[in-house]
Design a protein around this ligand. Structure first.
Ligand code: URA
Ligand code: SF4
Length: 231
């Protein structure tokens, strides 16, 4: 880690002792843990049922999300919603969030072009993700693409190699002690934006739905969560 990386971060902005997602969501607009808050319109926090059985982690808000203040409401979000439906996962059982909570972009010819967050942004924003997980009790964590994988599983994890394979959660996390609630399962898959960018969108889409089918199978096989891991 460089000196620069150690000087930034959301740590000082995440309320200590926050007991609910509402507490965290209320504090998130004040975050200046990295430079991304400056050009962005607003912070985009997670959304969904705090008791959701599935937590999906994406990369960062896009242009539409930045304007509306909600995750996954743009083109990638629409595709994800369709894939979730096709896989048979009830959408009300999903909590959606991102590894990085502000939109990173460059302006070109009046348009805002998405830029993949760097490691410094992922590291800076990670305290929000850890704090969200501390209030959630998922049965399945879904990692959407490489940025979410870097945030939760570390730099060595390869989505292309390990997608669609259930892994133990939080045991597979880069730092499992940061995610004390479990046990649950984790499934990594490609990001919905990668489907939109793929040469063959149909094949890429089918792959995403197949991986989400694994999630649906885990939900079905597991039955009701045990009271011990629920609030
Ligand atoms: N892509 C993401 O990863 N997250 C969003 O909220 C929108 C697009
Ligand atoms: Fe804070 Fe994350 Fe936004 Fe950076 S991207 S300012 S760490 S909320």
């Amino acid at each position: 880690m460089t000196a620069h990386e150690t000087t930034v971060g959301a740590d000082g902005y995440v309320p200590t002792g926050a007991r609910s997602l509402a507490d965290l969501r209320a504090a998130a607009p004040g975050c200046q843990g990295c430079e991304l808050h400056q050009p962005a319109s607003q912070v985009v926090f997670g959304r969904g049922d705090p008791d959701a059985r599935v937590v999906m982690v994406g990369e960062q808000p896009g242009d539409v999300e930045d304007r509306q203040g909600l995750p996954f409401v743009g083109p990638a979000g629409r595709l994800l919603r369709r894939a979730v439906d096709d896989a048979g996962i009830p959408v009300d059982q999903i909590y959606l969030t991102n590894a990085v909570k502000h939109f990173r972009f460059v302006s070109r010819g009046g348009r805002r072009i998405h830029q993949t967050p760097d490691r410094v942004h992922i590291v800076a924003c990670r305290p929000w993700l850890v704090a969200e997980f501390a209030t959630l009790r998922p049965d399945v964590v879904v990692v959407l693409g490489a940025t979410a994988a870097r945030a939760l599983l570390g730099p060595a994890f390869r989505v292309t190699r390990s997608r669609g394979v259930p892994l133990p959660w939080p045991a597979s996390a880069e730092r499992p002690e940061e995610f004390p609630v479990g046990p649950a399962q984790l499934v990594a898959t490609i990001h919905p934006s990668a489907v939109l960018r793929a040469d063959d969108q149909q094949i890429a889409y089918r792959g995403l739905v197949t991986d989400l089918g694994v999630v649906r199978g885990l939900l079905a096989g597991r039955g009701s969560p045990t009271p011990a891991v629920r609030r």
